[in-house]
Ligand binder design. Sequence first.
Ligand code: SAM
Length: 236
Amino acid sequence: MRIGIVTLFPDLFEPFLRLGFVGKAIAQGQLEVCFENLRDHGLGVHKSVDDTPYGGGSGMVMRVDCLMGALESAQAKSPVPLRKVLLTPQGRPFRQPVARELARHAGLLLVCGRYEGFDERIRLFVDDEISLGDFVMTGGEVAAMAITEACVRLLPGVLGNEASIDEESFSESLEGMLEYPQYTRPATFRGLEVPEVLKGGDHAKVASWRRQQARERTHSRRPELVPAAEQDPRRR
Ligand SMILES: C[S@@+](CC[C@H](N)C(=O)[O-])C[C@H]1O[C@@H](n2cnc3c(N)ncnc32)[C@H](O)[C@@H]1O
């Protein structure tokens, strides 16, 4: 998979791309990350990429001509088509099904905004708009890292234990519910015991307990995620 990132701050990504499983995916050739520095498409002696908003108001807006130069340059350098994704709090919320959808593309181009955001016209030249959540950050770089990480761990062979992504929160095998509680050693910690069923070695009982826990946890924390077939009739 190739991920292009349009940003004014490529250095922000250095440890993120070097360490952990993202670094491993790059080293193993499963992931290629390429930067398009927006400054290279800036104008004048200061290589400006922003200007004051038409109609007045505070802050600066990212120029559509500079952004377009970066988008076209990134695509021209890429051997695969890049799905162009604008990172914006006004986009569709980033969720696990969206990560699964994006991870199926051979190439993505994540466009990080700064200042007051983008000139509206750039929206006509991208394929998608994604928000990390209902909050506002100063730039799109953290969103680009989150999307990169969530997509790359879904690529075959990137995580050591493939089963760990088969059954986790929001996975298809849990029908989008939250994961059940997990425990490891010690068996007793400050009087808190690991549930007996997990120590008994009966796989069918463990599976049934986990399903029940996932259902109850999702009911109490995120009721909107409980699939219809799992709904408690008393709560419908
Ligand atoms: C200060 S924000 C601009 C917010 C914009 N004025 C608005 O009200 O929608 C600057 C940039 O940070 C990024 N950003 C901020 N919050 C984000 C979020 N929740 N999800 C994705 N990107 C975000 C976007 O790239 C955005 O263009």
